[in-house]
Design a protein around this ligand. Structure first.
Ligand SMILES: [Mn+2]
Length: 322
């Protein structure tokens, strides 16, 4: 349910900063744009800033270019009074965007992560929501504003990405109910499916081949690990690889319960994606390393080499498996 307090503050106050977690996914991107769309309707000023670049994959969303990547020279022509955070369990996950937050700001926290630390002055958390954009759908609905094609696609994108195309257990009857309304409002569902799931760059496929070559298992075949190491980083095409969904390949192996995807983002800094089929809560593991997420999908960053990260993660997973 959307609280009256949230509604009141969004309509009363001016000047918003909208952000989401580092390496924003479809739910973050769709969610930020949907909040921006609502603020436009309410004639508010806002700016959307993220720590990391947004994947070109989502460029079909109208106004995609409104999402600005953080830089130290970023100048705003208005003073921000409110921060709306979408899809982030805590403020640390905003990365460098944290530097833009003044002391006296009001924080509005819209999220569906189990691990959410309730960091907002107003917390709008719905753990049952398949995607944050479902919560934003309710918010827009509470204002009685009619959806158009653009916002329908923002919301739909969040839902398709976070529910794994309506397959994960977070998919509810409400998810389908909202999706029906989005279809009515003009969301191009078959175009989006074709673009998100059946269109790849050659670099992405080369990257996937490279990644699958590194596949190994541990814990009697219950953990599968894939990684991108230095050699990959030295290729001149790796930046054009879209790694979204790669971690699902090792997870698809029969008997594998947990999949680990390691990517050395810079020397001695490893980006970790964790997926679980059910028994092991990977959110708990990611939290140990300062990350977070959901029970079945989580991420974190570990300082060290790929093999350091592997050892640390296998230790933690091992403790929970035995
Ligand atoms: Mn989400």
């Amino acid at each position: 349910m959307v609280s009256e307090e949230l509604k009141k503050n969004i309509s009363a106050d001016d000047n918003f900063l909208i952000s989401s977690h580092i390496n924003p996914d479809g739910d973050s991107i769709g969610g930020m744009l949907a909040v921006g769309w609502l603020l436009d309707k309410l004639h508010k000023k806002y700016i959307i800033v993220t720590d990391s670049p947004v994947s070109e994959k989502f460029k079909y969303l109208a106004g995609f270019e409104k999402i600005i990547r953080y830089s130290d020279n970023l100048r705003m022509d208005f003073k921000i009074k409110n921060l709306i955070v979408v899809d982030s369990p805590n403020l640390e996950r905003l990365g460098k965007v944290k530097r833009l937050i003044p002391e006296d700001i009001q924080i509005i926290n819209i999220d569906h992560h189990e691990s959410n630390s309730l960091f907002g002055d107003i917390n709008c958390i719905d753990l049952k929501a398949g995607a944050c954009t479902e919560i934003i759908y309710d918010l827009i609905h509470s204002f009685g504003i009619t959806l158009d094609k653009n916002v329908a696609e923002y919301i739909y994108t969040g839902i398709v990405i976070d529910t794994g195309r309506f397959r994960f257990s977070n998919t509810t009857a409400k998810t389908f109910g909202i999706s029906a309304k989005l279809l009515d409002a003009g969301a191009r569902i078959s175009f989006i499916a074709e673009w998100l799931y059946h269109t790849n760059s050659i670099e992405t496929l080369k990257g996937l081949g490279f990644l699958l070559n590194s596949l190994e298992t541990a814990n009697n075949g219950k953990v599968a690990i894939v990684c991108f190491d230095d050699t990959y980083l030295k290729s001149e095409w790796w930046e054009r690889v879209d790694t979204e969904g790669f971690v699902n390949y090792p997870l698809s192996i029969e008997d594998v319960e947990v999949a680990i995807f390691l990517q050395e983002i810079e020397t001695d800094k490893v980006r970790v994606s964790l997926r679980s089929k059910s028994k092991i809560n990977v959110n708990e593991i990611a939290k140990i390393f300062g990350g977070g997420g959901h029970a079945k999908a989580a991420g974190c960053r570990i300082n060290g080499t790929i093999s350091d990260a592997k050892k640390l993660l296998l230790q933690e997973i091992g403790k929970r498996m035995n």
